[in-house]
Each structure stands twice: as structure tokens, then as C-alpha cells.
Design a protein around this ligand. Sequence first.
Ligand code: SF4
Ligand code: SF4
Ligand code: SF4
Ligand code: FES
Length: 965
Amino acid sequence: MASVVNYYRVGAEVDLGTPGASSSEQITLTIDGAAITVAKGTSIMRAAAIAGTNIPKLCASEDLEPFGSCRLCLVEIEGRNGYPASCTTQVEAGMQVQTQTDHLAKLRRNVMELYISDHPLDCLTCPANGNCELQDMAGVVGLRDVRYGYDGANHLDAPKDETALYFTFDPGKCIVCSRCVRACEEQQGTFALTIDGRGFDSKIAASQNEDFLGSECVSCGACVKACPTATLSEKSIIKLGQPDKATVTTCAYCGVGCSFRAEMQGDQLVRMVPNRDGHANHGHACVKGRFAFGYATHKDRITAPLIRDSIHDEWRPASWEEAITFAATRLKALQQKYGRKSIGGITSSRCTNEEVFVVQKFIRTAVGNNNVDTCARVCHSPTGYGLKTTLGESAGTQTFDSVMMADAIIIIGANPTDAHPVFASQMKRRLRQGASLIIADPRAIDLVDSPHTRADYHLQLRPGTNVALINALAHTIIDEGLEHKQFISDRCETQPFKVWKAFISEQRNSPEALEEVTGVAAAEVRAAARVYANARNGAIYYGLGVTEHSQGSTMVMGIANLAMVTGNLGREGVGVNPLRGQNNVQGSCDMGSFPHELPGYRHLSDTAARALFEEEWQVELDSEPGYRIPNMFDAAIDGEFKGLYIQGEDIAQSDPDTQHVYAALSAMECVIVQDLFLNETAKFAHVFLPGSSFLEKDGTFTNAERRISPVRMVMQPKSGMSEWEITCALSTAMGYAMSYEHPRQIMEEIARLTPTFQGVSYEKLDALGSIQWPCNDQSPNGTPFMHVGEFVRGKGYFAPTPYVATDERSNSRYPLLLTTGRILSQYNVGAQTRRTENLKYHAEDQLEIHPDDAELRGIVDGSWVGIKSRAGETVLRACVTDRVQPGVIYTTFHHPESGANVVTTDNSDWATNCPEYKVTAVQAYPVSHPSQWQEMFQRFNREQQQLLAAGREKDPARERFDKIK
Ligand code: SF4
Ligand code: SF4
Ligand code: SF4
Ligand code: FES
């Protein structure tokens, strides 16, 4: 492609004016006398830009369908009357286009005159100065004067709307180009904006002429990025000014893994702009990645290492050397006293692959056991087990883009608009194009009925009956002869299929027999099964509503069975797609965080794999699997497990049965927390090692598509040490010397040791932008679709999936079932997002309860409700809503004081111990004061904050504590 002179810029991005065309047919035309060949369907504007000629434009953008309203991009086409808009006119073979004639220049100047006559003349003080397309275009068309003057009717005094938390709307600067409206519709799919009125009275309105905060706007920022003027501007840009440099990196929130340009002024981050070249997000973002980065410089951040002997002592600031020595000495003493297996570590799905790799290596080498586990234990461990068993690989099968080829989409136990918003926007685009949608969820998630999309079937099952539902769907497919016989005979093991077919055909698995169990009408189940089985391409997306159950692994296998029996695997548009919660859940699992597996999912019993690592690491590895997280807690309470190194994970808030977790942490003699803040777990710690935000890291994250994306340091670590360096220092102090010069070397080691990463390198990541593993000699540029031609395990395996009701059942004492989920503005335990303006969107966790259940108990909207389970009791504010069905209540878990996990039990998945967060039998009742646990939490929290403050007060070098303001 010819190099493009970039005055079509948004920040530093090149904008070719209109979206690319996908046709394989090539068209040759002439633009300004030069021949150019482009794909059929390309606009003249884009063809010209590719040829190096930027036609002036205002209403067009590469991210949006052409609209043709500003009339600035007019061209002359030989043989045609008039002056067609180049953005809305497609190329034709032999076309001869002139983009720069005197007459065109005059027409464009006339257009610009009209715009400028109703625009404030405050360029020098405008926040967009230097990065404004209107300003650019005035220059490009050579506008020198405005004949109409500036005194006519105008919109300059229109009041500003500053209610949105992260951006302002200044209608006095609006040129009504509609880019914001189209961005909200086409990119985001929220349809929050409209053009109200006609002609001179046209104006942009949010929802029904409301302010932004009160409207349907979800603050994704797409309209702000699209706006060619300063009408929609980030508040950070208004406050701090335009950036002077940018670095491409990857969002550290959810498993979508959006690519961003971190735009900086010196070492200050002024804006995060979604990267159009990002393979997971294509220039889109959500409120978290786009705006919620303030936590990185929040005053609560701790940047000095801290130590103390007891959790009731004041924290003492320490040098790095002192803190590392303190931690290593204590860990070694514990091993001497209680044995080699008395200590362990937990890796984080928020950290980079390189950081996780180093932590598990530290445990297996310096500590000398396999007591390493990860937070995926409590989210997607059943995905690993279920997909490995049936398909042969513990990962999702597709790209996100694959959804654009899906004709029937099933979402089970996931809420993409809240938890994976950028992917949800893409999925909504496909739904608007006509794909069918089946949602299986106890609660009416937004996608059940959202603007311009509506689920064809909402199978509103009872919590805990997933396996019954998937069996009923599969039964229908066999019963009605809808299976893909060719695929099954070619691609799957024959005998297991026969066994499975006999099992699934049993009457007990029919929708009719299971209607009572699931609460879903048999006719609905049968109709949904037909839609999925008869679709040309059927794709399944699922989340924690599948895995966090006593039969989580069974359900994952049931999903794989359903995809295999319909032939929906191994090509674009189909597949089994686990939506990973945190940014690097896939990566933390890939990197060997489980106590029974080395990196790349090689079991410890695999002697060849063990030998490979022993040779590289020059140490003999323990061949016995170590403790899983729940085993660590039990062993701690039993007095056998005494020390824990926790990187970037807040188990005291995120893990189930909080009181059990508190008891386990209190029983340990050395808890080391490496994190940004004094989180709930750190309140039980003896050593605090300050971690780094994603802005301070080099490394990689692996998203839900197996996509490895670069994370690049845009500012130095506030603590003075990178997280991998801290782990290396601890390892070295424990007696196993570990050092690297740069995370690049860690990735080289990963590639040497892990066949699926064999071809991954930082150089290749720089060249390709991102890589989906496996990346090796067979697939040197990565693998977008898994299981093409044959499954990773060879033939697909149909695993029988008998439904077994959970022990956690409702009864007269605990008549309601509590289930949990996430909300768009908050992330996981909320440690980051609660320290941003996002707190204003979701200041507390609430309890959703159906009006019938509320009325029965005298609970009114907004009142306090006690909920009590077999594990514990807490109090939340009621939200009375029919989003939940009678008999089911729901809450989020982003605020520690809510105590959602005080109530959840220690029931878990039979195969992986993933906790059964999604089903807890409870009673609910009106109350007027916090629960006993909440009072205890408040006391303990106050004590710990005082111990931190007292240490800070006595620190002779207080600036180490207070580096961040
Ligand atoms: S707010 Fe911006 S994008 Fe929207 S119509 Fe006005 S100038 Fe165009
Ligand atoms: S921020 Fe996003 S949701 Fe809100 S109006 Fe703009 S595009 Fe629509
Ligand atoms: S939180 Fe997820 S969807 Fe939002 S910007 Fe980050 S990676 Fe993208
Ligand atoms: S850019 Fe073509 S009409 Fe506006």
C-alpha cells in the first residue's frame, strides 16, 4: 500500500475514510490521472487515500459506514453529472476521478465557510487544538475568510453537558456530522444518541433528550473517538492537554484483551485510545479500558515494601533487600520446621505471562514443591478439564471475529455486555445482521432484549440445572435426527459416541422429563435445539455461569458434545468459546499455574516433559502434584500449611466461604502479598511487596481467543522494581538463583519449553501485533481456529454427562437460590475500578429480588435485606426487579464489605474444585443493621488501616510511602 499522508488522523491513527471491502474481485480505476487497483466495494475516498491522496472529509471515518452528509468530499467523475460524494460512491472499473480541481476547491471552501460561521473561534484555547479535524479541513481547503460573518443565528451558546464521568459534550462546537450517533449504533450497539430536530434546529441528543449520565450511554467512548471536533472531549484531555507520544499496549481488565494506544505527556498518561489495528477490538473499547486507569496513580497505592511480625503489628517500611531477606528467611524457616510442602504460591490472572511463569518456576525450583495454583481455580478450571477431555486442548476454539460468520449463537451462563463488552458489541452487530440468539441464563441479561436485538429464546433455567438443560438440548438433536452424521463418523471416536448416544437418548434426558428440573418448557428447549442444529454455523459462548457449579466440568463437556454432535467445530463461525473473566486467565493457565501441570498443560507424571524442565532449570522437580487453593486453606487450618506467596490476587475477597478463608490466612505464619493496594488479603499479610500496574510492565497477556498480545511499559514501576524481578529476587534469596535482563528472555524460555509457544517471540509480536497460539513450525503465525481437520486429541471424545443435582438445594429454611455475576463498570474484586470514577456508576453491590419474593417478605426496593446461607450471613440493599425469576436472587461481588462470599459455600466442581458460586440456598429478610460479619469486617478493616497509617507516620523516609499522590 502506498504510504498515506496522514491528515485524516484521530490522534496518531491513519484513517482511510471508509471501511475496507472484503471482495476478492479487484477493480482498477484512475484517480487524478494515476491508476489504482482496489477491492470491489471500496469507496473512491478510500481508494484515493490508499493512493496517497486525502480527499477532505468531515462526516466519514474508517470506523463507520459512509453517511454522505457533510458534502466536503465531493469529486468529479468523467462522464457523470454533478459532484458525487467520494465517501458514498464506490469505485467502478475504468472510472476516471478528479479529486483536486479549482471548482471542487471552491465548493469545499463554501461548505467549510458554512461550518465555520457557526463555530466558536477559540481554536487556540480549545482542548482539541492541534488534533481537530475541522481545524485541519479548514486549512486543507484553504479557508481564509467567512463571508457570512459570525453574527447570524448560531448554536454557540448551547449549554454544555458535563454529567458524563469521563467526557464532556459541548454542543456549541457541534457540526452535526452524526459520527457520534453512528459510532454509538454501529460500533457500540447501544443506540443512546440521536439527531433531534431538523435543519438548523438539528442537534445531538442522548436518549430522550436527557443528560449523558441519565441516558442509556454506557461510556464506551466510541462517540468521543469519532467526534471530529472538540464537541465530545475526554475530561482528561481538557484538564491535561494533548498527548505528545503514544505506546501500543493491551488492556489489563477483561479477557477480551483490547489493544490501546496509551497516550502520554512525558510520563503522565492523558488518554487511552482503542487501537484500530487491535485484532480483538478493532478500535473499540469499554468504559473500563478506555477511562478507568486512574487507579494506577491512586493515593492508596503502596510503593514501598512493608514487613511486620504479626498481623496485629504496625507495618514497617523496608528496603527491597530487607523485605526480600525477611520473606525468604521466614519461608525457609517454615520449611525447616514444618517440611518442604508447608508453603506455596498463588499466581494471578491479572499479571503477565512472564510474571506468572516466573512465579510457578520459583515454587517448583526454589520452594521445591508443586504447591502453586491460580485464581483460574475459582473461575475456568472446569474449562481446562472439560475441553481437554473432549477436544484435547484446554482453550477456546475461535477468534472473536468468527462470530461474524455465526448464524445461530448460544450464550450460556455469560453476560457479555457487562463482562466482555467489546465482544458483546461485535456479537450485537452480527445479531443485527440476522443471526439467531439463544440465551440460557437464570436471569434476564441485557442481551435478552436490547435495542435492535432480542433473543429468539431465553431458556430461563433454575440455577444448578445446566447439565440437565444441555442434555435436553442434545437429546432433542438425537431424537429428531438433527445430528451431523458425517462429522461424527469422520471426526469423533466411534465407541464413545455410541455410548453417549445411548445415554443421551434415554427418556430421562428428554426435554419433557427435565422440564420439572430446569423449569424450562420442553417446547422451548426443542425449538432452541432445532435452531442451533439447523444453522449453517452454530457458535456457543459461555462463562462462569457454566463453570462455577458442582458439575462445572460436566457442563463444559456437555457443551463440547453439543458442538460435536452438530458438527460445529473446526471452522470459522462455529466453536466452543469460553469467555474468560480476567485479562490473562488463559495465559496464567497456559503458564503452568496448576499444581499438577507444567507450562503447556504437561502433566507432572510426564517424565519426558519433566526432564525437559529439569534440564533447563537444572533442578530435580517434585513429581507429586501440589495443593490446590482449597487444599491450601484446609491444610492451613489443620496446621500443616504455613506460608503463602500471593501475586496479584485477593483471595480474602474473591474466594468462597470468606470465614473459612479468613481462618486459613490467620493460621499461616508467613503470608506475602505482592499487589498494588492493601487489599483484603494483605490485611492478613506479614510482608507486602508493592506490585506494578499494567502501565509499568513489559510482557504479554493471552486473551480468551488464545491471543498473545504485547504489554508495553509506558512508565517506570512506581516501586522501583518490576514484578518478575521481585520474584527472581525472592527465589535467589531462597537459594535458587534466578535472573533475567528483560521479560523478552522469559518469553524465550517459555518458547523453548512449551510446544504451543515454540514460535512466539517479541520480534514476531512486534511484526504481527498479536499471535494466537499454537504458534510453532506448523503454524508459524499462529492458529485462529482450533481443531481444523482433526481434533488436537485426534478424534473427538463424547463424554457421558449424567445430571446430578447439587447438594446445595433450597428447602423451607433456605428457600431461595442466590446466584452471582458482574457489572460493566466494575472489575472482579473492584480493587482497581473502585479507585476510579467508575465507583459512581456502581457504589455498592445490591441484591436483585423478584417482586413476588420481595412482597412475601416485606422487602421494598432500596431497603436493607439480610441473606443467610449455611455458610454465613450478610446484608445488602434490595433492588426489586423481575430480571430474576421467583425463587432466585442475584448479586455482584465487587465491594468487600458486601460479603457476597461470606454466604457462598465450599461446595465445588467434582473434577477441579472450582467453587459453586452460582448456587447458594439462602433465606432473605428485612433488617435494619449490618450483619455480625460486616461489623467484624469493619472493625478489622479499621484496625488494619490504622496499622498502615501508623507505619506510614513513623517512616523516616515517608516519601517512599507517599510517592503517589
Ligand atoms: S458531537 Fe461530534 S461527532 Fe457528534 S455530530 Fe457533533 S461534531 Fe459530529
Ligand atoms: S459513550 Fe458509547 S454508549 Fe455513550 S453515547 Fe458515546 S458511543 Fe454511545
Ligand atoms: S475491559 Fe475488556 S472489553 Fe473493556 S477495554 Fe478492557 S479488554 Fe476491552
Ligand atoms: S465525508 Fe463524504 S460527505 Fe462527508
